[in-house]
Design a protein around this ligand. Structure first.
Ligand SMILES: Nc1nc2c(ncn2[C@@H]2O[C@H](COP(=O)(O)OP(=O)(O)OP(=O)(O)O)[C@@H](O)[C@H]2O)c(=O)[nH]1
Ligand SMILES: [Mg+2]
Length: 272
């Protein structure tokens, strides 16, 4: 049975909504994705370097019938991965988010001190997706169990250990914030935190009338993809010589490469 999370394999005619998990390596993105879905679908474990190295998706249906596509991503600042590799993954993530992004879950950890990397994650997110992305951001703090052990509330923790930029993000994202304990076995607690997170997704949905976030980069990639795919199909349907078809394939590759390079330099600029 599904524990507290969104339902598996249910039926709904509604448009699928893309929910992207972002944040520093080890903050608990995959664990939060698993809690949200109510099943262990993403690999989540303690490791010095990145556990998730490729974007992965999983579709589920929420209790109130919304189809969600949860996208788990690698840590944007994993030093073990190159900027180029991460950029490619981001392009792939945009391609996986057919129809745009409906919510971004910025995963922070209350178990560790917030660092410069958190700020870089955020500026890269804004550089890649545009600053308006904040209107779609929900902040999840993992490690609710650790705060509880220390007899501390999230507000107390934030008062003690919250850099100004995180405070600013929380404010700019409309105070959408949830504390998660991804280690709990308490079914009531599991259901409650998922419900709270999904109600914030619902708030975003209502504010934007269900419209996904799409920016210039997204439109450019989609338009490019569409244009070249069409040309490719036309070529094949007209029985053009094989070498012409492969020339077009090279062109498609080249245009992708150009976008990757643009993104690489954006990631690098924020990273170093
Ligand atoms: N105590 C506690 N540990 C947690 C919580 N959430 C995640 N963790 C642990 O944190 C470690 C990293 O979690 P992941 O989900 O793999 O983190 P990630 O952000 O996906 O990491 P990368 O894939 O490397 O970017 C694992 O050992 C998790 O069990 C939480 O709420 N409480
Ligand atoms: Mg992960």
């Amino acid at each position: 049975m599904n524990k507290g999370g969104a339902e598996q394999g249910g039926h709904s005619s509604k448009q699928v909504e893309n929910i992207v998990l972002v944040g520093r390596t080890g903050n608990g993105k995959s664990a939060t994705g698993n809690s949200l879905i109510g099943k262990r679908v993403f690999v989540s474990k303690a490791h010095a370097s990145g556990v998730t190295t490729k974007c992965q998706t999983h579709e589920a249906v929420t209790k109130d019938g919304h189809r969600i596509n949860v996208i788990d991503t690698p840590g944007l600042f994993d030093i073990a991965l190159s900027a180029e590799f991460i950029s490619k993954e981001i392009v792939r993530c945009l391609t996986l988010a057919e129809g745009g992004i409906h919510a971004v879950i910025l995963v922070l950890s209350a178990r560790t001190r917030m660092t410069q990397e958190e700020e870089s994650t955020l500026s890269t997110l804004q550089a890649l997706f545009g600053s308006q992305i904040l209107a779609y951001v929900i902040v999840v703090f993992t490690g609710g169990d650790v705060l509880k052990e220390n007899n501390e509330t999230l507000e107390e923790y934030l008062g003690r250990d919250c850099p100004a930029f995180i405070r600013e993000v929380i404010k700019l994202s409309g105070n959408r914030m949830v504390l998660f304990n991804n280690r709990t076995h308490d079914e009531g607690k599991k259901a409650e935190q998922v419900h709270k997170l999904l109600s914030l997704v619902d708030k975003i949905r209502k504010t934007h009338h269900g419209e996904a976030y799409t920016d210039d980069m997204y439109h450019e990639i989609k338009a490019e993809q569409h244009k070249l795919r069409k040309q490719h199909e036309e070529l094949e349907s007209k029985n053009h010589p094989v070498d012409l078809v492969s020339l077009m394939k090279d062109k498609l590759q080249a245009s992708y490469q150009e976008k990757m390079d643009q993104m690489s330099s954006t990631v690098k600029k924020n990273n170093y």
